[in-house]
Write a protein that binds this ligand. Structure first.
Ligand SMILES: [Zn+2]
Length: 445
């Protein structure tokens, strides 16, 4: 069949096709934005194919940074930059996700006001999907292509038997959210997993995560046969649940034992584009996903877009970047738009100098050639090199470690666009359409 365009609407406008998944209108209570910096091995005389000269190879995570945005009172929003491995990062995320699961399993009881209760009693339609009581009632009775007699019968019983809406409530606050149909109430449950975004996970950070997960799941003595091994799906399901509830865990303080046995029991799934490109990685209560799939631009362009409102001369930079201004530790120390403007510039990073942990103690400003672009092979310009010096001086940076921390904080926080900006929620904070937001999908279409 030949493709054809839809006819214009009566008012001459182009019709739009859309869908809305009612169960997804509520926020993800915890979303994490993360990034790794990696150790580099400088390479000489290595080429890939006939044209590409390989200047360096990645050699494991040197550090990680993350910011967890949370609306759960017992797990406040927090972030950290650490000089540690991908293994340590995953363990920290697992602790966070297991604490979140504990909250899910222990919902706050509903608090409903008298007025809300009265409104609920007379509710005419589901607050999520908008279906009316009458249509739900008809569906309940299996009514389809009714005869005249059947319709009359239905009209006579309608007043006696009526559809009851469910009181849908927020399991974190206990707040009554509205009267919903049974289906929507079931779909609008709290998400079971914590989502961790990496910008460009598919091409880069995903490899570090997979390698780390394999290490964390491996038996310390690398035995290959185990009499408890089972291919039975039901057994695996049971094991994965056991891995998530374990006696002795303290969910309040986050003191949770995570050994290879427990991690190896967790569900481990990959959605891959090719054998080397991972779109999504699931490990038990964690889902790692690529924000680049939804914001198909580099961080530099994301920042550029967010700066736009400042052009009117009335909006300050801090107003354009409230999240960065409020959470970047170096901006807390040196507040103001001058500091923010410096942080938002594409500050050069001496990637090739990150070869081992000694890097962090190196002087704040390294020789100009250390800032050459190792991907394109282009030398660092005088202007960029001057910026390195300006940043180091302005923020009074003591060594490369502090310079690195400043850089990584910007990377992590720039990914998280403020809720207030879109007048929306955490779910809609970075991405425009809640129905197709990356919290529920691996890619926009
Ligand atoms: Zn509904």
């Amino acid at each position: 069949m030949k493709p054809f365009l839809p006819a214009l609407l009566e008012n001459g406008k182009i019709p739009s096709l859309y869908f809305r998944n009612q169960g997804l209108i509520h926020d993800h209570p915890i979303v994490v934005y993360a990034d790794f910096e990696t150790y580099q091995n400088k390479l000489t005389d290595v080429t890939r194919g006939t044209h590409t000269k390989v200047l360096a190879s990645m050699n494991g995570a040197a550090s990680f940074g993350f910011y967890a945005v949370s609306s759960i009172p017992s797990i406040p929003s927090h972030g950290s930059i650490e000089r540690g491995t991908a293994d340590e990062f995953i363990k920290q995320m697992l602790v966070l996700a297991l604490r979140y699961r504990h909250v899910c399993r222990n919902p706050v009881e509903m608090k409903i006001r008298r007025r809300e209760l009265e409104e609920h009693k007379v509710a005419r339609k589901c607050y999520m999907c908008g279906r009316t009581r009458e249509s739900l009632e008809a569906e309940m009775k299996g009514e389809k292509n009714l005869t005249e007699e059947e319709e009359m019968w239905l009209a006579s019983v309608k007043s006696k038997v009526s559809y009851s809406f469910v009181k849908d409530h927020d399991h974190i606050t206990g707040r009554f959210r509205g009267s919903s149909c049974f289906t929507c109430n079931l779909k609008a449950q709290m998400p079971k997993q914590v989502i961790v975004f990496f910008h460009n996970l598919e091409s880069f950070d995903g490899h570090l995560l997979i390698e780390a997960i394999m290490r964390l799941r491996a038996h310390p003595t690398a035995q290959t046969s185990n009499e408890n091994d089972s291919d039975d799906d039901e057994d695996l399901q049971g094991l994965s649940e056991m891995a998530e509830y374990q006696d002795g865990d303290d969910y309040e303080t986050g003191v949770i034992t995570l050994d290879w046995k427990r991690i190896s029991r967790m569900r481990f799934d990959i959605i891959a584009n090719t054998s080397e490109k991972y779109m999504q990685i699931t490990l038990g209560p964690l889902v790692f996903r690529d924000s680049f799939k939804f914001k198909d631009v580099g961080l530099a362009n994301l920042i550029k877009g967010q700066r736009k409102p400042c052009k009117d001369g009335k909006t300050t930079l801090s107003e354009c970047f409230p999240i960065l201004a409020a959470n970047h530790p170096f901006l807390k120390k040196f507040p103001g738009d001058v500091s923010l403007d410096l942080i938002l510039q594409k500050v050069p990073m001496a990637y090739t100098a990150i070869t081992d942990s000694g890097y962090f103690d190196l002087p704040t400003v390294l020789p100009q050639e250390a800032y050459d672009n190792d991907l394109s092979g282009e030398p660092c310009s005088d202007k960029d090199f001057k910026l390195v010096g300006t940043v180091a001086q302005h923020f009074d940076l003591k060594d490369q470690g502090e310079y690195h921390d400043l850089y990584l904080w910007t990377d992590v926080l720039a990914l998280w666009r403020p809720c207030a900006e879109d007048g929306g929620s955490i779910a809609a904070s970075t991405f425009s359409s809640p129905s197709l937001c990356p919290l529920h999908h691996t890619r926009p279409c």
